[in-house]
Design a protein around this ligand. Sequence first.
Ligand SMILES: [Zn+2]
Length: 615
Amino acid sequence: MNGKFKPIKLFLLIFLFTVFPSQIRADYIPIASYKIDVRLDVKKKLISGQEKISFLNTSTKDLDTLYLHLFPNAFSSDSTIFVKESGYLKELMKKEEYQGYLKIKTVEDERGEISYKLNETLMSISLPEPLKPGKKIELSCEFELKLPKISFRLGYDEDNFLLCEWFPKMAVLEQDGTWRNFPNHYMTEFFSDFGTYDVSITLPLKYVIDGTGYVTAEKNNPDSTKTVSFHAEKVHDFAWAASPDFKVRKVNIDGVEVVFLFLPGDLYRFPRWVKGVEAVLKYCNSHFGKYPYKKLVVANSSIGLGGAMESPMFITMPPDLPFTPENVRLDEWIIIHELAHQWWYGIVASNEAEEAWLDEGMTTYTTRKIMENEYGIMGNIIDLWGVKISDENLTKLVYSTSAKVDPIVKPSWEFLSVASYGVNVYYKTSLVLDLLENLVGKEKMDSFLKEYYNQFQFKHPKTDDFIKLAEKVTDQNLDGFFRDWFYDTKTCDYEVRKIKSEEKGNSKKDKLYQTTVELRRNGDIIMPVDVLIELENGEKIRQTWDGKEKWYKFKIDTKAKIKSAIVDPENKIVLDLNVNNNALSVKPHRWPVFKFLSDYLFWMESCIQWIVDFF
Ligand SMILES: [Zn+2]
C-alpha cells in the first residue's frame, strides 16, 4: 500500500467538487493507472505478461474488496452471459477458435500474493487489510490472454489483431463506496476510471502497431521482435491494433496527428475518412470544447459486425461496405459517430452499461448535427437517383418501431431486446435532445452542451447531473419534460382529424364561412402545438393549442373555404409518433413520402438489430 495521498486532500477535493463543480478541472487526479508489459505470440494468438495497477480509494468507505472486469472471458464458452444474451454468437462460440480467455496467474501487493476469486467476467480481490479513503494501493498481476477469433470487438482475424478492454481492469467505485461491478452483458459497453497508462508490447518486427496514447519508445530485440512503448494520460482504456498488412497514412488536422491504419484494399476510403474526421473535429471543438489529446488513431477492422468501436484516442472502422457510392454516406456516418464518441464516452465518460443514453444517445444526436452541417438537412444519408433520405427521416422511422417498449433510462441488460435498446438509447434519445433544443432554443442548447462538456470532462456524469445542469443553464423547469421522455414510455401524437367550412349569412358579395378544425391528442405527452390553416384564397391563419385536452375544435370566421390544416407545421415535435395524420387537405394527400416510408417499417425493424450490433 502507498500512503502518499493524504485524506485531507480527498476531503478538499470532495468539498471543491460539491461547492464549485466547474472550477476543479485543474485538480484532476488519476484514479486507476496501469503499467502493462506484454508479449504477443502471433502464432498461438496469446498475450502474456503483467500489469501494475495503481488504484486510489476516492470513496468515503474503507475497502475490504476490490473488483475488476475481465471482458475477454465473455468469449470463454458458448454459455457465458454475454454469448447467451447475444443469441447469434452461440453457434459460433461452439467452435474452439472463437473462444478465448483471460487467465490470472498471480496477484500480489507489496507484501506478497493475495487471494482473488473469478466469476466469468468479474474478479474480486480480498485485501489483507482495508484500503482507507484517500489511500492508494499498488497491485501486480500476471496474466495470460488467449485471443478469440474475432466475432465482436476483441480478437484476431488471420494476422490482424484488435484489442480493447483486454487486461484485468478496475471497476468504478462510487463516492459512497458502491462498486459498479456488473458482468459483461451482450448489451452493455464499458465503464472505467481515468488514469495514466504506460504500456509496452513486444511483437514480431514486421507488425505495424498503434493504439491509445503516444509512442514513447520502440526498440528492436535480438529475437526478431520489437518492443513498442506507449504513454497516455487522462484516458480510461488502452486499445490497440496490430497487423503486418496495415498501410499507414498520417494527417495533421487542427493540431491533432490522425493516424489511419488501412487494411489492403480499403485504402481508397482514405479521402472519405479524412473528411469525416475533419468534420467532427471542426464541429465538436467549436460546439462542445476542444479535443484534449494531440493524437487519434483510426484503425481498419476486418470484421463487419461489431467492427466499428470507440476507445479513448482510438476508433475502429469496419471493412469495405457493400454499395456505398459517394452519395450513400454510410462510411461518413460511421466515422462521424465513432469519433463523436471521443466527446461522449472518451472525455465525458458516463456509465455506458447502466445509463447508455449518455454516451450512445448524445453521440447519435451529435452525429446527426454533423451530417446536417456537412451534407444538408435533406438527403444527408442517401442522395441518389432522386431519392433523398436524411438521418432524421431514418431516426424517426426507427423510433416509431419500438416507441412504447422501454424508457430511455435503465440498465442496458434490462431492455426487452437489442432492437428496443437500440431504438430507445440511440434513436429516441437523439430525438428527445432535438426536441429539447426546439423547446429551449438553439442558443441555450449550445450553451448548455458547452457547459456540460466543460464541467464534466474526465468525470462520470449521471442522468441527474445532465438534467440539473440543463435546468440551470436554460433557466427552465424541465422536470416534467425529462420524466415523460426519459423515464416513461409515453408517446406524443397530434392529429388533424376533421376540417370543414360552412357558408355563413346571406350576403352574396362578401361571403363568410365558419371554418372548423378538429384536432386530436392521441398520445399521453402534452405539448403546446401550432396549427397552420390555409384557405382557398391563399390566406394563411396560424393558431396555437395548449394540447392539454384529448381533442380541441377551432371555430373561426373566414372569407374563403378551408384548403388544408397542418398541426406542428415546423415539425418542432420531432417525436410525433405518426406524422401521417399531422396534415389534412380538402383534396386528400397525406404526406405521400412518409406514407411510402411507413410501409417499410417491417423491413426497418429487422435492420435495427444489425444497426445496433454495428455501432
Ligand atoms: Zn456508438
